[in-house]
Design a binder for this molecule. Structure first.
Ligand code: IPM
Ligand code: MG
Length: 351
């Protein structure tokens, strides 16, 4: 088994080191190859996603990804900015299905931005489409005839793009509590109307799953009012980006949420995918040993499960993280004092 390890920028290398400690401790026959990505790669190779990095990812069973983003690169042309590396990988590897689970960890109810009795009920999975929408449509800042500048981003979904993510979401719901909520803005957007029509068509193949629909503004409200009502949520790229950050704060910290980005490509062991925390590179705390590595470690667990078929090991890692949190081991993001390596060691001790 071979994984590509792209630590990236900011806190990426620090949290990656903790995930690799955990991987080492499992003693699995996995070859790990490292490559540059993001601002780090731009500074060394002149591009945030150098061809050799992409080649390594294509030749691996899975990609373990830290974070990208570097304020010193914010004024570069858009195609050279660090964020383009992750967008480029999602596109080049056709990683269209982004799974973002948000579950309350026992013992953290008081740290949620929500009341504990509301937060306790959170156990949901956001299935975010990752290859379409305004993210990848035609975009530019142009000058109109009257001299005004205008920015635009073309929003679209083709029916096959909606269908394939709908299937992923329905299957995920079958494996959970058999409820699927499709989030859109069909009262205003034609893109959303097609989304909704296609999700309803696909639902005919999943009579055991209860399908509901919700407008995205209402979903944002319901997510803080009563998050326990959600089982699986399926939505487009932009809405999923926003709702998944919101869900993380409901759980307590963005430092706790992992994600898997999956395509259709099957390897010998599972589905080829990319695994990353949903948080960014946090340049403000980079290099200080303060970052919470839990989301990174939980991303490794998702990698073991989905790409390498190692369910038992994945569950073991997740249990060790949950136990560390339950035992009160907390970093600064959760009001505690433990540093990055201390948090990693706490997980190791409970493996
Ligand atoms: C995420 C991030 C990315 C996104 C950025 C870094 C391009 O916010 O993975 O949620 O918008 O998809
Ligand atoms: Mg985001």
């Amino acid at each position: 088994m071979k994984i590509a390890c792209l630590a990236g920028d900011g806190i990426g290398p620090e949290i990656m080191a903790e995930a690799l400690k955990v991987l080492d401790a499992l003693g699995l026959p996995i070859e790990v190859a490292h490559a540059d990505v993001g601002g780090t790669a731009y500074k060394k190779h002149g591009h945030p996603l150098p061809p050799e990095t992409l080649e390594l990812c294509k030749a691996s069973d899975a990609v373990l990804f830290g974070a990208v983003g570097d304020p010193s690169c914010d004024n570069l042309e858009r195609h050279l900015r660090p964020e383009q590396a992750i967008l480029g990988l999602r596109q080049a590897l056709t990683l269209f299905a982004n799974l973002r689970p948000a579950t309350m960890f026992p013992g953290l109810e008081d740290l949620s931005a929500l009341r504990p009795e509301v937060a306790r009920e959170i156990d949901l999975l956001i299935v975010r489409e990752l290859n379409g929408d305004v993210y990848f449509g035609e975009k530019a800042i142009r000058t109109l005839e009257d001299g005004r500048r205008q920015g635009f981003d073309f929003m679209s979904y083709a029916e096959d793009e909606v269908r394939r993510i709908a299937h992923v979401a329905f299957r995920a719901a079958q494996g959970r509590n058999k409820r699927l909520c499709s989030v859109d803005k069909a009262n205003v957007l034609e893109t959303s109307q097609l989304w909704r029509d296609v999700v309803i068509e696909v639902s005919a193949e999943y009579p055991d799953v209860a399908l509901s629909h919700m407008y995205v503004d209402n979903a944002a409200m319901q997510l803080v009012r009563n998050p326990g009502q959600f089982d699986v949520v399926v939505t487009g790229n932009l809405f999923g980006d926003i709702l998944s950050d919101q869900a993380s704060m409901c759980v307590g910290s963005i430092g706790l949420l992992a994600s898997a980005s999956l395509g259709e490509d099957q390897t010998q062991y599972g589905t080829r995918g990319l695994y990353e925390p949903i948080h960014g590179s946090a340049p403000d705390i980079a290099g200080q040993g303060k970052a919470n590595p839990m989301a990174m470690i939980l991303s490794l667990a998702m990698l073991l499960r989905h790409s390498l078929g190692l369910e038992a090991e994945a569950a073991r890692v997740e249990a060790a993280v949950a136990k560390a949190l339950e035992d009160g081991v907390k970093g600064a993001d959760l009001g505690g004092t433990a540093g990055t390596s201390e948090l990693g060691d706490a997980v190791l001790a409970r493996l």
